[in-house]
Write a protein that binds this ligand. Sequence first.
Ligand code: ZN
Length: 146
Amino acid sequence: MSLRELYQEIIIDHGKTPRNFGKLPEANHQLEGHNPLCGDRLTLYLFEENGVIKAVKFEGSGCAISMASTSLMTESVIGKSLTEINRLAEQFHHLALTGDAEQADLGKLAVFSGVAEFPMRVKCATLAWHTLKSALSNQTNPVSTE
Ligand code: ZN
């Protein structure tokens, strides 16, 4: 199996069976995100304590890329500080725009390196991260990629 096929398998798996899907009653940050171009919608629930993300869940619907990206994002940020998350978000945006996974320690998030070849899908992949950053800066207006 090529790396590209492996990446596709991971995206399909997380797209079909998103991790951390559901409500989070103890959430102290909550925000909706919307990508009108594709119809992706999500609500992100975060429980943050002393600047560290202790728990994340989400609800929503959308294409496989947006669901997989949100699922993998939730797995990537649990236990991380807000500083680490901001750095990860920047690295992820760079990856989605350029396909360059070399410099970053993105782990499984590297599966989205192929998205750069499909500019229409970049917003599907980055919606979760836009919503995450806005939720952590205590914005209350829903995030839109447009
Ligand atoms: Zn989408």
